[in-house]
Ligand binder design. Structure first.
Ligand code: BES
Ligand code: MN
Ligand code: ZN
Length: 487
Protein backbone atom coordinates (compact mmCIF):
# COMPACT_ATOMS: atom_id res chain seq x y z
CA UNK A 1 0.00 0.00 0.00
CA UNK A 2 1.15 3.49 -0.82
CA UNK A 3 1.00 6.10 1.91
CA UNK A 4 1.88 9.71 1.24
CA UNK A 5 1.66 13.02 2.99
CA UNK A 6 0.48 15.99 1.02
CA UNK A 7 -0.78 19.51 1.55
CA UNK A 8 -3.21 19.92 -1.29
CA UNK A 9 -6.61 18.40 -1.16
CA UNK A 10 -6.80 16.53 -4.43
CA UNK A 11 -9.99 16.07 -6.30
CA UNK A 12 -11.05 13.35 -3.94
CA UNK A 13 -13.54 10.56 -4.24
CA UNK A 14 -13.29 9.51 -0.63
CA UNK A 15 -12.30 11.90 2.09
CA UNK A 16 -11.84 10.86 5.71
CA UNK A 17 -12.28 13.55 8.32
CA UNK A 18 -12.21 13.49 12.09
CA UNK A 19 -14.73 14.59 14.63
CA UNK A 20 -14.10 15.03 18.33
CA UNK A 21 -16.89 13.98 20.62
CA UNK A 22 -19.57 16.60 20.34
CA UNK A 23 -17.09 18.80 18.55
CA UNK A 24 -16.93 20.37 15.19
CA UNK A 25 -15.42 19.29 11.94
CA UNK A 26 -11.76 20.09 11.84
CA UNK A 27 -10.15 20.03 8.48
CA UNK A 28 -8.59 22.17 5.84
CA UNK A 29 -10.80 20.66 3.21
CA UNK A 30 -13.51 22.58 1.46
CA UNK A 31 -16.48 20.32 2.15
CA UNK A 32 -15.81 20.66 5.76
CA UNK A 33 -16.47 24.32 5.91
CA UNK A 34 -20.01 23.14 5.77
CA UNK A 35 -20.68 22.56 9.43
CA UNK A 36 -24.24 21.94 8.64
CA UNK A 37 -23.44 18.41 7.58
CA UNK A 38 -22.79 17.45 11.15
CA UNK A 39 -26.01 19.01 12.31
CA UNK A 40 -27.89 17.13 9.66
CA UNK A 41 -26.24 13.86 10.66
CA UNK A 42 -27.14 14.44 14.26
CA UNK A 43 -30.76 14.68 13.30
CA UNK A 44 -30.96 11.11 12.20
CA UNK A 45 -28.08 9.41 14.00
CA UNK A 46 -26.55 9.09 17.42
CA UNK A 47 -23.05 9.25 15.99
CA UNK A 48 -21.22 11.83 18.05
CA UNK A 49 -17.54 11.29 17.46
CA UNK A 50 -16.90 8.54 20.03
CA UNK A 51 -13.37 7.19 19.64
CA UNK A 52 -13.04 4.86 16.70
CA UNK A 53 -16.64 5.13 15.54
CA UNK A 54 -17.29 5.68 11.88
CA UNK A 55 -19.99 7.37 9.89
CA UNK A 56 -20.04 7.77 6.16
CA UNK A 57 -22.04 10.08 3.95
CA UNK A 58 -22.38 10.21 0.22
CA UNK A 59 -22.49 13.80 -0.95
CA UNK A 60 -24.81 14.90 -3.70
CA UNK A 61 -21.89 15.46 -6.09
CA UNK A 62 -21.06 11.77 -5.94
CA UNK A 63 -18.27 12.15 -3.44
CA UNK A 64 -17.85 10.23 -0.31
CA UNK A 65 -17.03 11.50 3.16
CA UNK A 66 -16.13 9.19 6.01
CA UNK A 67 -16.15 10.65 9.48
CA UNK A 68 -14.06 9.00 12.15
CA UNK A 69 -14.75 9.69 15.81
CA UNK A 70 -11.68 10.94 17.67
CA UNK A 71 -13.13 10.71 21.16
CA UNK A 72 -12.57 13.36 23.81
CA UNK A 73 -10.34 16.19 22.69
CA UNK A 74 -8.35 16.30 25.93
CA UNK A 75 -7.58 12.58 25.67
CA UNK A 76 -6.19 12.90 22.15
CA UNK A 77 -2.53 11.82 22.04
CA UNK A 78 0.14 10.23 19.88
CA UNK A 79 -1.00 6.65 20.47
CA UNK A 80 -4.61 7.59 19.69
CA UNK A 81 -3.39 9.11 16.44
CA UNK A 82 -1.69 5.85 15.51
CA UNK A 83 -4.82 3.93 16.45
CA UNK A 84 -7.03 6.12 14.32
CA UNK A 85 -4.67 5.66 11.38
CA UNK A 86 -4.97 1.90 11.78
CA UNK A 87 -8.72 2.05 12.21
CA UNK A 88 -9.08 4.09 9.04
CA UNK A 89 -7.08 1.51 7.12
CA UNK A 90 -9.43 -1.24 8.36
CA UNK A 91 -12.60 0.73 7.70
CA UNK A 92 -11.53 1.49 4.12
CA UNK A 93 -10.91 -2.21 3.61
CA UNK A 94 -14.29 -3.09 5.06
CA UNK A 95 -15.98 -0.60 2.73
CA UNK A 96 -13.91 -1.92 -0.17
CA UNK A 97 -12.47 1.48 -0.88
CA UNK A 98 -9.12 1.44 -2.65
CA UNK A 99 -8.03 5.00 -2.37
CA UNK A 100 -8.71 7.78 0.12
CA UNK A 101 -7.56 11.16 1.33
CA UNK A 102 -7.40 11.74 5.07
CA UNK A 103 -7.71 15.12 6.70
CA UNK A 104 -7.61 15.05 10.48
CA UNK A 105 -6.36 17.47 13.07
CA UNK A 106 -3.17 16.35 14.73
CA UNK A 107 0.00 15.00 13.30
CA UNK A 108 -0.33 13.69 9.79
CA UNK A 109 2.74 11.49 10.20
CA UNK A 110 1.23 9.60 13.10
CA UNK A 111 -2.02 8.94 11.28
CA UNK A 112 -0.06 7.77 8.26
CA UNK A 113 2.21 5.61 10.40
CA UNK A 114 -0.73 3.97 12.18
CA UNK A 115 -2.26 3.04 8.83
CA UNK A 116 1.10 1.75 7.64
CA UNK A 117 1.60 -0.45 10.71
CA UNK A 118 -1.86 -1.95 10.36
CA UNK A 119 -1.31 -2.71 6.67
CA UNK A 120 1.21 -5.53 7.29
CA UNK A 121 0.43 -8.58 5.17
CA UNK A 122 1.94 -12.01 4.98
CA UNK A 123 0.46 -13.81 2.00
CA UNK A 124 3.50 -15.25 0.25
CA UNK A 125 2.24 -18.82 0.66
CA UNK A 126 -1.17 -18.14 -0.83
CA UNK A 127 -1.31 -19.34 -4.40
CA UNK A 128 -4.68 -17.75 -5.08
CA UNK A 129 -5.73 -14.21 -4.40
CA UNK A 130 -8.82 -13.90 -2.25
CA UNK A 131 -11.37 -12.26 -4.57
CA UNK A 132 -13.51 -11.19 -1.65
CA UNK A 133 -10.90 -8.88 -0.23
CA UNK A 134 -10.42 -5.46 -1.74
CA UNK A 135 -7.03 -4.16 -0.79
CA UNK A 136 -6.54 -0.56 0.16
CA UNK A 137 -4.08 0.74 -2.38
CA UNK A 138 -3.41 4.31 -1.44
CA UNK A 139 -3.90 6.62 1.48
CA UNK A 140 -2.93 10.26 1.29
CA UNK A 141 -2.79 12.14 4.57
CA UNK A 142 -3.09 15.90 4.44
CA UNK A 143 -0.81 18.14 6.50
CA UNK A 144 -1.12 21.86 6.98
CA UNK A 145 1.16 23.97 4.78
CA UNK A 146 3.54 24.96 7.52
CA UNK A 147 3.82 21.39 8.82
CA UNK A 148 4.29 19.65 5.53
CA UNK A 149 8.07 19.40 5.46
CA UNK A 150 8.27 18.28 9.02
CA UNK A 151 5.48 15.78 8.61
CA UNK A 152 7.12 14.21 5.59
CA UNK A 153 10.46 13.95 7.35
CA UNK A 154 8.96 12.57 10.53
CA UNK A 155 7.01 10.01 8.57
CA UNK A 156 10.17 8.82 6.83
CA UNK A 157 11.80 8.54 10.25
CA UNK A 158 8.88 6.59 11.70
CA UNK A 159 8.79 4.37 8.68
CA UNK A 160 12.27 3.11 9.49
CA UNK A 161 10.86 1.76 12.71
CA UNK A 162 7.89 0.44 10.75
CA UNK A 163 10.21 -1.49 8.45
CA UNK A 164 11.94 -2.92 11.52
CA UNK A 165 8.59 -4.04 12.89
CA UNK A 166 7.57 -5.57 9.55
CA UNK A 167 10.83 -7.47 9.38
CA UNK A 168 10.24 -8.86 12.87
CA UNK A 169 6.65 -9.81 12.04
CA UNK A 170 7.74 -11.55 8.86
CA UNK A 171 10.34 -13.66 10.65
CA UNK A 172 7.89 -14.55 13.40
CA UNK A 173 5.21 -15.60 10.92
CA UNK A 174 7.46 -17.71 8.70
CA UNK A 175 6.85 -21.42 9.34
CA UNK A 176 9.60 -23.34 11.13
CA UNK A 177 10.35 -25.60 8.18
CA UNK A 178 11.37 -22.49 6.26
CA UNK A 179 12.84 -20.47 9.09
CA UNK A 180 15.31 -22.48 11.16
CA UNK A 181 18.61 -21.33 12.65
CA UNK A 182 20.69 -21.50 9.49
CA UNK A 183 18.13 -20.02 7.11
CA UNK A 184 17.19 -17.41 9.71
CA UNK A 185 20.84 -16.38 10.13
CA UNK A 186 21.16 -16.11 6.34
CA UNK A 187 18.07 -13.90 6.16
CA UNK A 188 19.34 -11.67 8.95
CA UNK A 189 22.56 -11.27 7.03
CA UNK A 190 20.94 -10.48 3.72
CA UNK A 191 18.30 -8.16 5.18
CA UNK A 192 20.58 -6.18 7.48
CA UNK A 193 23.94 -5.91 5.75
CA UNK A 194 22.53 -3.44 3.25
CA UNK A 195 21.79 -0.96 6.02
CA UNK A 196 25.38 -0.82 7.20
CA UNK A 197 25.02 -3.29 10.02
CA UNK A 198 27.86 -5.72 10.66
CA UNK A 199 26.83 -9.33 11.00
CA UNK A 200 28.80 -12.24 12.40
CA UNK A 201 27.44 -15.76 12.57
CA UNK A 202 28.88 -18.25 15.03
CA UNK A 203 28.31 -21.84 14.01
CA UNK A 204 28.24 -24.99 16.10
CA UNK A 205 31.98 -25.51 15.94
CA UNK A 206 32.70 -22.02 17.21
CA UNK A 207 30.17 -22.50 19.99
CA UNK A 208 31.87 -25.73 20.97
CA UNK A 209 35.17 -23.88 21.12
CA UNK A 210 33.62 -21.27 23.37
CA UNK A 211 32.11 -24.03 25.50
CA UNK A 212 28.52 -22.91 25.14
CA UNK A 213 27.27 -26.16 26.61
CA UNK A 214 23.87 -24.84 27.62
CA UNK A 215 22.96 -23.61 24.16
CA UNK A 216 24.41 -26.68 22.48
CA UNK A 217 22.50 -28.98 24.82
CA UNK A 218 19.21 -27.49 23.66
CA UNK A 219 20.13 -27.82 19.99
CA UNK A 220 21.45 -31.38 20.14
CA UNK A 221 18.06 -33.05 19.67
CA UNK A 222 17.51 -31.35 16.33
CA UNK A 223 18.98 -31.96 12.90
CA UNK A 224 19.16 -28.19 12.52
CA UNK A 225 22.42 -26.74 13.76
CA UNK A 226 22.29 -23.79 16.13
CA UNK A 227 23.64 -20.36 15.24
CA UNK A 228 24.51 -17.34 17.27
CA UNK A 229 24.21 -14.12 15.34
CA UNK A 230 25.92 -10.91 16.39
CA UNK A 231 24.59 -7.70 14.85
CA UNK A 232 26.50 -4.48 15.34
CA UNK A 233 25.56 -0.90 14.72
CA UNK A 234 28.25 1.71 15.20
CA UNK A 235 26.54 5.07 15.17
CA UNK A 236 28.67 6.82 17.78
CA UNK A 237 32.36 7.27 18.55
CA UNK A 238 34.43 4.15 19.07
CA UNK A 239 35.14 4.92 22.72
CA UNK A 240 31.50 4.68 23.65
CA UNK A 241 30.46 1.42 25.23
CA UNK A 242 27.69 -0.25 23.30
CA UNK A 243 24.26 -1.04 24.59
CA UNK A 244 23.17 -4.62 24.00
CA UNK A 245 19.99 -6.46 23.11
CA UNK A 246 19.83 -10.22 23.40
CA UNK A 247 17.05 -12.36 21.95
CA UNK A 248 15.72 -15.87 22.44
CA UNK A 249 15.47 -17.44 19.01
CA UNK A 250 13.97 -20.91 19.37
CA UNK A 251 12.69 -21.41 15.85
CA UNK A 252 10.41 -24.16 17.12
CA UNK A 253 9.84 -25.40 20.65
CA UNK A 254 8.51 -28.95 20.88
CA UNK A 255 9.56 -29.04 24.52
CA UNK A 256 12.15 -31.71 23.72
CA UNK A 257 11.91 -34.94 25.75
CA UNK A 258 9.71 -32.97 28.18
CA UNK A 259 7.38 -32.85 25.20
CA UNK A 260 4.62 -30.26 24.96
CA UNK A 261 1.02 -31.39 24.43
CA UNK A 262 0.06 -31.33 20.74
CA UNK A 263 -2.86 -28.98 21.24
CA UNK A 264 -1.53 -25.51 20.62
CA UNK A 265 1.99 -26.67 19.91
CA UNK A 266 1.84 -24.90 16.55
CA UNK A 267 2.08 -21.58 18.35
CA UNK A 268 5.65 -22.45 19.30
CA UNK A 269 6.83 -21.20 15.95
CA UNK A 270 6.79 -17.78 17.53
CA UNK A 271 9.25 -18.85 20.21
CA UNK A 272 11.83 -16.79 18.34
CA UNK A 273 9.89 -13.53 18.73
CA UNK A 274 12.47 -12.13 21.16
CA UNK A 275 15.20 -12.56 18.58
CA UNK A 276 12.98 -11.03 15.89
CA UNK A 277 12.44 -7.95 18.04
CA UNK A 278 16.21 -7.62 18.42
CA UNK A 279 16.69 -7.90 14.67
CA UNK A 280 13.87 -5.40 14.14
CA UNK A 281 15.26 -2.81 16.51
CA UNK A 282 18.77 -3.13 15.06
CA UNK A 283 17.29 -2.60 11.59
CA UNK A 284 15.48 0.46 12.95
CA UNK A 285 18.55 1.99 14.58
CA UNK A 286 20.52 1.58 11.37
CA UNK A 287 17.65 2.83 9.21
CA UNK A 288 17.39 6.05 11.13
CA UNK A 289 21.16 6.29 11.66
CA UNK A 290 20.84 6.44 15.42
CA UNK A 291 23.78 8.03 17.24
CA UNK A 292 24.54 5.06 19.41
CA UNK A 293 26.72 1.97 19.45
CA UNK A 294 24.51 -1.07 19.77
CA UNK A 295 24.94 -4.82 19.55
CA UNK A 296 22.22 -7.36 19.04
CA UNK A 297 22.90 -10.99 19.91
CA UNK A 298 20.41 -13.67 18.96
CA UNK A 299 20.69 -17.30 20.01
CA UNK A 300 19.08 -19.48 17.37
CA UNK A 301 18.24 -23.13 17.94
CA UNK A 302 15.43 -25.61 17.49
CA UNK A 303 14.20 -27.46 20.56
CA UNK A 304 13.35 -30.79 18.95
CA UNK A 305 13.53 -34.37 20.07
CA UNK A 306 15.48 -37.20 18.50
CA UNK A 307 17.71 -39.99 19.82
CA UNK A 308 20.45 -37.60 20.78
CA UNK A 309 18.21 -35.09 22.53
CA UNK A 310 19.14 -34.08 26.04
CA UNK A 311 17.26 -35.78 28.87
CA UNK A 312 15.68 -34.34 31.98
CA UNK A 313 18.45 -34.69 34.61
CA UNK A 314 21.34 -34.13 32.18
CA UNK A 315 24.03 -31.81 33.49
CA UNK A 316 25.59 -29.33 31.07
CA UNK A 317 28.41 -26.84 31.52
CA UNK A 318 27.66 -23.32 30.36
CA UNK A 319 30.16 -20.91 28.84
CA UNK A 320 30.35 -19.16 32.22
CA UNK A 321 31.72 -22.38 33.71
CA UNK A 322 28.64 -22.88 35.85
CA UNK A 323 27.04 -26.30 35.62
CA UNK A 324 23.31 -26.65 35.04
CA UNK A 325 21.09 -29.57 35.90
CA UNK A 326 18.49 -29.68 33.13
CA UNK A 327 15.43 -30.95 34.96
CA UNK A 328 13.02 -29.97 32.23
CA UNK A 329 14.04 -29.78 28.58
CA UNK A 330 11.08 -27.49 27.90
CA UNK A 331 12.71 -24.75 29.98
CA UNK A 332 15.12 -24.29 27.07
CA UNK A 333 14.91 -20.54 26.53
CA UNK A 334 16.81 -19.77 29.71
CA UNK A 335 19.48 -22.28 28.67
CA UNK A 336 20.22 -20.65 25.34
CA UNK A 337 20.05 -17.21 26.95
CA UNK A 338 22.46 -18.26 29.70
CA UNK A 339 25.20 -18.62 27.09
CA UNK A 340 24.06 -15.69 24.96
CA UNK A 341 23.98 -13.31 27.94
CA UNK A 342 27.33 -14.50 29.23
CA UNK A 343 28.88 -14.17 25.80
CA UNK A 344 27.47 -10.66 25.38
CA UNK A 345 28.67 -9.24 28.67
CA UNK A 346 31.99 -11.05 28.40
CA UNK A 347 32.80 -9.86 24.90
CA UNK A 348 31.23 -6.40 24.78
CA UNK A 349 31.08 -5.18 28.39
CA UNK A 350 27.96 -3.24 27.41
CA UNK A 351 26.52 -0.21 29.20
CA UNK A 352 23.51 -2.38 29.81
CA UNK A 353 21.86 -5.38 28.25
CA UNK A 354 18.19 -6.12 27.74
CA UNK A 355 17.06 -9.58 26.75
CA UNK A 356 13.72 -10.36 25.16
CA UNK A 357 12.23 -13.83 25.32
CA UNK A 358 8.98 -15.73 25.04
CA UNK A 359 10.16 -17.40 28.19
CA UNK A 360 7.29 -18.63 30.32
CA UNK A 361 3.64 -19.54 30.01
CA UNK A 362 3.35 -18.33 33.60
CA UNK A 363 3.80 -14.72 32.55
CA UNK A 364 0.56 -15.03 30.59
CA UNK A 365 -1.16 -16.36 33.70
CA UNK A 366 0.18 -13.46 35.75
CA UNK A 367 -0.45 -10.58 33.37
CA UNK A 368 -2.97 -11.91 30.87
CA UNK A 369 -2.58 -11.95 27.15
CA UNK A 370 -1.24 -9.13 25.08
CA UNK A 371 -1.34 -6.04 27.29
CA UNK A 372 1.74 -6.16 29.53
CA UNK A 373 5.07 -7.91 29.20
CA UNK A 374 6.97 -8.93 32.33
CA UNK A 375 10.00 -6.90 33.36
CA UNK A 376 12.80 -8.18 35.57
CA UNK A 377 15.94 -6.23 36.32
CA UNK A 378 18.93 -5.86 38.61
CA UNK A 379 18.95 -2.09 38.10
CA UNK A 380 16.24 0.38 39.10
CA UNK A 381 17.24 3.12 36.71
CA UNK A 382 17.19 0.85 33.68
CA UNK A 383 13.91 -0.71 34.83
CA UNK A 384 12.26 2.69 35.32
CA UNK A 385 13.42 3.88 31.92
CA UNK A 386 12.06 0.76 30.29
CA UNK A 387 8.69 1.24 31.99
CA UNK A 388 8.58 4.86 30.87
CA UNK A 389 9.58 4.02 27.29
CA UNK A 390 6.97 1.26 27.30
CA UNK A 391 4.23 3.64 28.34
CA UNK A 392 5.16 6.09 25.63
CA UNK A 393 5.43 3.44 22.95
CA UNK A 394 2.29 1.72 24.22
CA UNK A 395 4.20 -1.53 24.75
CA UNK A 396 3.67 -1.73 28.46
CA UNK A 397 5.83 -3.45 31.05
CA UNK A 398 5.10 -4.63 34.56
CA UNK A 399 8.02 -5.18 36.88
CA UNK A 400 8.34 -8.32 39.00
CA UNK A 401 10.41 -8.82 42.14
CA UNK A 402 13.74 -10.64 42.26
CA UNK A 403 15.81 -11.45 45.32
CA UNK A 404 18.05 -13.97 47.06
CA UNK A 405 15.21 -15.96 48.53
CA UNK A 406 13.96 -16.74 45.06
CA UNK A 407 17.48 -17.32 43.86
CA UNK A 408 18.20 -20.04 46.44
CA UNK A 409 15.27 -22.09 45.22
CA UNK A 410 17.08 -23.01 42.01
CA UNK A 411 20.25 -24.29 43.67
CA UNK A 412 20.76 -27.83 42.43
CA UNK A 413 21.74 -30.70 44.72
CA UNK A 414 24.28 -31.98 42.21
CA UNK A 415 25.19 -28.99 40.01
CA UNK A 416 25.49 -25.21 40.45
CA UNK A 417 21.96 -24.44 39.36
CA UNK A 418 18.90 -26.27 38.03
CA UNK A 419 16.84 -24.96 35.15
CA UNK A 420 13.46 -25.16 36.89
CA UNK A 421 12.39 -24.73 40.48
CA UNK A 422 11.11 -27.74 42.45
CA UNK A 423 7.45 -28.49 41.80
CA UNK A 424 5.15 -26.35 43.86
CA UNK A 425 7.47 -23.36 44.20
CA UNK A 426 5.29 -21.29 41.92
CA UNK A 427 6.51 -18.05 40.39
CA UNK A 428 7.83 -19.73 37.25
CA UNK A 429 8.50 -16.44 35.48
CA UNK A 430 10.52 -15.12 38.41
CA UNK A 431 12.46 -18.39 38.69
CA UNK A 432 13.35 -18.10 35.02
CA UNK A 433 14.58 -14.55 35.56
CA UNK A 434 16.61 -15.60 38.61
CA UNK A 435 18.18 -18.29 36.48
CA UNK A 436 19.16 -15.74 33.83
CA UNK A 437 20.59 -13.41 36.43
CA UNK A 438 23.19 -16.01 37.34
CA UNK A 439 24.69 -15.43 33.89
CA UNK A 440 24.90 -11.65 33.83
CA UNK A 441 27.56 -10.94 36.46
CA UNK A 442 27.39 -7.30 37.52
CA UNK A 443 26.26 -6.01 34.17
CA UNK A 444 23.27 -3.71 34.29
CA UNK A 445 20.55 -5.95 32.89
CA UNK A 446 16.85 -6.30 32.25
CA UNK A 447 14.81 -9.24 31.02
CA UNK A 448 11.51 -8.87 29.19
CA UNK A 449 9.25 -11.91 29.18
CA UNK A 450 7.14 -11.36 26.07
CA UNK A 451 5.38 -14.75 25.94
CA UNK A 452 2.01 -13.01 26.25
CA UNK A 453 2.60 -10.03 24.00
CA UNK A 454 4.49 -11.43 21.00
CA UNK A 455 1.44 -12.81 19.27
CA UNK A 456 -2.05 -11.33 19.11
CA UNK A 457 -4.91 -13.66 18.14
CA UNK A 458 -7.30 -10.84 17.28
CA UNK A 459 -4.96 -8.05 16.30
CA UNK A 460 -4.89 -4.45 17.48
CA UNK A 461 -5.46 -1.11 15.80
CA UNK A 462 -1.87 -1.06 14.60
CA UNK A 463 -1.17 -4.75 14.21
CA UNK A 464 -3.18 -7.32 12.27
CA UNK A 465 -3.81 -10.66 13.94
CA UNK A 466 -0.67 -12.70 14.49
CA UNK A 467 2.87 -11.48 15.04
CA UNK A 468 3.06 -8.12 16.80
CA UNK A 469 6.75 -7.28 16.65
CA UNK A 470 6.49 -6.36 20.33
CA UNK A 471 9.65 -4.75 21.65
CA UNK A 472 10.79 -2.85 18.59
CA UNK A 473 8.88 0.33 19.42
CA UNK A 474 9.73 0.04 23.09
CA UNK A 475 13.48 -0.35 22.60
CA UNK A 476 13.68 2.22 19.85
CA UNK A 477 11.96 4.67 22.20
CA UNK A 478 14.33 3.71 25.03
CA UNK A 479 17.36 4.48 22.89
CA UNK A 480 15.96 7.68 21.47
CA UNK A 481 14.82 9.03 24.82
CA UNK A 482 17.73 8.12 27.10
CA UNK A 483 20.84 6.94 25.33
CA UNK A 484 21.42 8.66 22.04
CA UNK A 485 24.08 11.32 21.96
CA UNK A 486 22.55 14.62 20.95
CA UNK A 487 25.14 16.09 18.55
N1 BES B 1 8.41 -21.14 24.88
C1 BES B 1 7.89 -21.55 26.12
C2 BES B 1 7.09 -20.46 26.81
C3 BES B 1 5.86 -19.97 26.12
C4 BES B 1 4.61 -20.42 26.50
C5 BES B 1 5.92 -19.01 25.13
C6 BES B 1 3.47 -19.93 25.89
C7 BES B 1 4.78 -18.52 24.51
C8 BES B 1 3.56 -18.99 24.90
C9 BES B 1 9.04 -21.95 27.06
O1 BES B 1 10.13 -22.49 26.42
C10 BES B 1 8.49 -23.00 27.96
O2 BES B 1 8.16 -24.03 27.50
N2 BES B 1 8.41 -22.68 29.26
C11 BES B 1 7.90 -23.58 30.22
C12 BES B 1 8.75 -23.48 31.47
C13 BES B 1 8.45 -24.52 32.48
C14 BES B 1 8.92 -25.88 31.99
C15 BES B 1 9.12 -24.15 33.78
C16 BES B 1 6.47 -23.19 30.52
O3 BES B 1 6.19 -21.99 30.58
O4 BES B 1 5.65 -24.08 30.65
MN1 MN C 1 9.98 -24.58 26.12
ZN1 ZN D 1 10.47 -21.93 24.50
Amino acid sequence: MKITISKVLPDFETLVVGLFEDGEFISNGRVLQDKQIINRIKKFSHFNGGFGEFFSVALSDGKNVIIVGLGKRDEWNENKELSVGGKIYCELGRLKIKQATVSIEGSAENIAYGAFLRSFKFDKYKTKKDEEITEVEEIMVLAKDEQLNNAEKSFEHLRQEGEGIFLARTFITEPPNVLYPESYADCIKSELTKFGLEIEVLDKKQMEKKKMGALLGVAQGSSKEPKLVVIRWNGASKEQKPIAFVGKGITFDTGGVSLKPSRGMESMKYDMAGSAAVVGVMRTLAGRKAKINAVGVVALAENAVDGSAQRPSDVVTSMSGQTIEVLNTDAEGRLVLADALWYTQDRFAPKFMVDLATLTGAIVVALGNNEYAGLFSNNDELANRLVEAGNEANEKLWRFPMNETYDKIIDSPIADVQNIAPTGSGGDSIMAAQFLQRFVNDTCWAHLDIAGTAWHEKGTDISPRGAVGFGVRLLNKLVEKYYETSD
